[in-house]
Write a new protein. Sequence first.
Length: 677
Amino acid sequence: MKKIIVRFVLVAIVAGGGWYGYWKVKNMPQRQQQVATALVRKGDVVIRTYSRGELRAVRSSTLVTPNLFSAVQVTRLAPLGSLAHEKDLIVEFDDSERRAALEEAELEVEQIDEQVKKARADLDTRDNQDKVDLLKARYAVRRSELEVKRNELISAIDARKNILNLEEAKRRLKQLESDVNSRQEQALAELAVYREKRNKALIDVSREKQRIAQSKVLSPMTGLVSIKQNRSSVMFFGQTMPDIREGDTLQPGMPVADVLDLSELEVVAKVGELDRANLVEGQDVIVQLDAVPDKKFKGKIKGMSGTASSNVFGGDVAKKFDVIFSLDMKTLLSELGATPEQVKRIMETAEKNAKKAPLASAAGMGFGGPGGGMGGPGGPGGGMGGGQQGGAPGGMMMAGGGQQGGAPGGPGGQAFGGGAPGGGGFQRGGAGGGAMGGAMANMSEADRTKFREAMQKELGGKSMQDLTPEERTKLFEKLRASMPAGTGAPGAPGAKPVPGAKPADGAKPAEGQQSAEGGRGGRRGGPGGPGGPGGFPGMGGFPTQDSEADRAKAKLPPAPEEDAQLEALLRPGLLADVEIIVEKIPDAIHVPVQAVFEKEGKQVVYVKVGARFEERRVKLSKRSESAMVISEGVKPGDIVAMADPFAKKSDKNDKTKGGGSGAGMPGMPSGGGKGGA
């Protein structure tokens, strides 16, 4: 009996100890796992978002293969990565075919000139013979008239015979005069055909000269040379397209190289939809370049795209917005070790390039650009850009405009430079790149004579087609400076008539204001004849104004290994991290993002009270990637858990979401990386 009691007591003691241990463990869950904690703080919170992009040049120019009438071969090419200065040679193409074509065109001009000389000599010889024949015919008529006066003294038969002889002589004289006029008109027509052939040949000469000039492509500004890939080569799957090299054959219009202005750089990056809603232009950013990881640079948001795009082939299917960030170039260059003299020189280059017109692709310099040269729709009074025929014989046809010289024109349709005065006026036109349009009706006879003399003096016996574009531009500027007409605004009526100026004799006065639109030439030159297209084609179609001297002395830039390249401290394409400061919240109560949990659709935190944690609901106002701003629920100094202390291992990830998911907070900025408090 005693043994049974002892055994029962021992079992009771063991059972009581086990139950006590179980109760102790159950009421102390914090001892089952180590829970990280954080302190609720009050202070300034900076909400940031992050992005990653690359450097690029603010200004750049793409140089393309000119139209030399066929595929061309690259003979000289600037080295990849070289630093080119303005007017340096970037690429030169083989122009041997064009020079051969130029020689043929010049030979054709010489042949036509010889044909014109022969035709004029034949015409002079025929004119002399016609004059002799006319004198003989007139002498025969005069002799017959004298014989008729003797009819009263002779028989009726002889008198009738004399009358018949007189009629026959007059008929022969009239027929001879008609034949002479016909032969003269035929000869003048042949000369006109020769002039047209000569003009066509001169246009061919000018075109070939322009094509030869296009064979050298110069740099429009100081910048880094980036060679394009040769996309015309035959490629197989998996191969990489090679860069364009000397000896490659390229098609017209194919991009050859980019000139990148390194004096002003910017960063281009992409941001998500939520971040885009919280960004505005002018916000401060901090840029950190991968090439200079130990330094940070200040910048601002320069611009943002209005539409989102995705890069499916790059593996990023999420739609994002492009954002451009400007950089403080002076600070950037100074931090990279540039001297004050270098910084000053680079900033002067940036200011100079910024004042230039937007740099278009330097496609071939061709004829027929929308801006024109001389010409313009003349009014009813006739004009330089209009009349099909001009004054006295012996002139040349303007390129697309009225004829200078040639057959006599009708009233008011006289082209400038003709023999008889025309009833036009001369106005300085508007649209069309400073083209000279209108007619000459607003000039007095003395002014017109003065203008013609000035034109002949400036030409010096040359034709307009013989001049280079630079020479024609200078000639027009001199003529515009000496003209008494006013300047018309683009697309608006041109100069008003000069007081006291009268139309020439036989000319029909102009009605209303003369149109002053330049460029494409006049539709009508007046009653004298139908209008031509007007203007010198291509005067406004040149992307650059490189002179012959610039092309002659242009040299390739030195290779990167031969040049110090002090102005190329940074290169486009360098990767950069951008930290965007979205908002600064002063004196805000905040906790780490990991301390806020979502439970049953509510945001909660676990606050430590004594040795235990209790659950509290909180109200959030803002968030960053590292901190949550709380308006209600906690106070500064509280200790909160960074993980759910009551979660079981089995349902820790199923029933309770921790780590500040914060997914249901619309309008709150978010971004990759870390935030700051």
